[in-house]
Design a protein around this ligand. Structure first.
Ligand SMILES: [Zn+2]
Length: 488
């Protein structure tokens, strides 16, 4: 996507630049982007047990027992987070007890979210953790950015000192110092970036000034981003630190729809080209009501993971209009047109529109692992990984059939040649079947085996992971064969 992007619409070439921006940036960047105020999840606390829940994940299911009168049904509410089946499973004991007492039930279709409950309802419903009734607070916005302090402020030390002052001295002195600490905290707080995109916008002018790019062009970044997730879950799918891959593609407003459609299609094709070919990969164009106010289109590329009932987002390709560059212009220079570009020939000045493909590298990796997992009872190792050869962590293995009779002397030079170019392993121990099985489990697509015939005619066998088929090639062609198979 960066060094060798596919040709653009109408077969035009265009430029891409890679950058590596800071993780801790000036906090004003996050004011300009809206993250300082808007990047929040609604949280609910239990006043009794201090447990904390994401309000939009806290769901209440109503169990309907056909033979029980309407007035009693509030007794049959269960709550938790996750899907309806997950809530039922987490409450299996209670559900079983009820079923025993009242007969069979149906769950109300569609669980009710905490945020939809009336004030009265909130009083009636119990905490999923400690089961106390009426202890859950109203939802409060909780910013997802990872906060840190820059400079010599040890907040815990400062506050610990204050605790002593508040107990020993006059109340007023303590209060003043709390304000003082808060003021210093506000001055020194910074954030770990919650996305890589804003570093690109903050460096837009640096890139324009220091490279010879012309609109349309893209800036790309791969790197760590951080979110203070309350509820990390599903293996590496939702975690507090994650690897993002983002492109901000800058174009003329009149061409932005064309480039949006281009990137939407190019990014879909990227996933299938790397082996995610099953119908579990599902691109989904967002409906008008889901779109941000500045956007005229967003496509989510989703994957149906085995741990989920619903497809989950791997990547979003968003048309962001001129929202970001205008917001940064306004905040940093007091002029929303500060980052306008000038077209020499026509003297036209405009703020570029942005198309943003934004992908989670960890999520893609998890999808690759799910997609590659294969099971075949007839094989020595029934579980094996069918990685696309380009993504296989080990590309090849070199095995002398036995560790004697002059076979290692033929195998070692082959290994040395391949490992200069590709991750490759050498193994001379145990039966050949065991060595193949081990490579199947690691998803290694090709094994080169040197046997007695190699000494006679200079050929080696190439064993293919997917169907265990074997062919013979000349020992001098191993590296070339690997290159061909990887389409390099
Ligand atoms: Zn509780």
């Amino acid at each position: 996507m960066v060094r060798n992007p596919p040709p653009g619409p109408d077969n035009r070439e265009f430029q891409m630049v890679g950058v590596d921006c800071s993780i801790i940036m000036n906090p004003k960047v996050w004011e300009a982007s809206g993250h300082a105020t808007g990047f929040a999840d609604p949280m609910v606390d239990c006043k009794a047990c201090k447990a904390r829940f994401r309000a939009d994940q806290l769901l209440f299911l109503e169990l309907i027992f056909p033979d029980v009168p309407e007035s009693e049904k509030q007794n049959f509410l269960i709550c938790g987070s996750g899907s309806a089946s997950e809530i039922l499973e987490a409450n299996a004991k209670k559900v079983e007890k009820l079923r025993h007492a009242k007969g069979s039930f149906t769950t109300l279709s569609g669980a009710r979210a905490y945020t939809e409950l009336s004030e009265q309802g909130r009083k009636e419903y119990e905490c999923p953790e400690c089961r106390e009734k009426g202890q859950l607070t109203d939802p409060r916005a909780f910013n997802l950015m990872f906060r840190t302090t820059v400079g010599a402020l040890d907040l815990i030390q400062e506050l610990s000192d204050l605790v002593g002052v508040t107990y020993l001295g006059p109340k007023l002195a303590g209060t003043m110092q709390v304000q003082d600490v808060l003021a210093r905290l506000k001055d020194t707080q910074a954030y770990l970036r919650p996305e890589t995109a804003q570093g690109i916008f903050a460096n837009f002018k640096n890139v324009m000034d220091s490279t010879r790019v012309k609109i349309p062009f893209g800036i790309a970044q791969v790197g760590k981003a951080f979110r203070n997730e309350i509820n990390p879950r599903n293996f590496t799918f939702r975690s507090r630190e994650f690897e993002q891959m983002e492109i901000e593609f800058f174009c003329h407003p009149s061409e932005s729809r064309m480039w949006y459609e281009y990137w939407r299609d190019v990014r879909k094709a990227w996933y299938t080209s790397l082996g995610i070919k099953s119908d579990k990969l599902r691109p989904r164009e967002q409906g008008k009501e889901e779109l941000a106010h500045y956007s005229c289109g967003t496509t989510d590329i989703e994957y149906l993971f085995p741990f989920s009932d619903e497809p989950q987002e791997l990547e979003g390709v968003a048309h962001r209009g001129d929202f970001d560059l205008k917001a940064h212009g306004k905040h940093s220079r007091g002029d929303e047109n500060a980052f306008a570009v000038l077209v020499e020939e026509t003297k036209e000045r405009f703020v570029p529109h942005v198309i943003e493909p934004s992908a989670g590298a960890d999520r893609f990796t998890l999808a690759v692992i799910c997609e590659a997992y294969s099971y075949d009872e007839s094989r020595a190792s029934p579980e094996f990984m069918k990685f696309h050869p380009r993504l296989a962590p080990i590309k090849a293995a070199v095995f002398p059939l036995v560790a004697k009779d002059g076979l290692p002397e033929i195998a070692e030079p082959i290994f040395r040649e391949i490992k200069k170019h590709f991750p490759c392993q050498y193994d001379a121990k145990q039966s050949i079947g065991k060595r193949y099985a081990r490579m199947d489990e690691a998803g290694t697509p090709f094994c080169f085996t040197i046997d007695g015939q190699s000494k006679e005619d200079g050929t080696v066998t190439v064993r293919n992971r997917d169907d265990a088929s074997q062919i013979r090639i000349d020992k001098s062609r191993c590296l070339e064969y690997l290159r061909d198979q990887l389409h390099l």
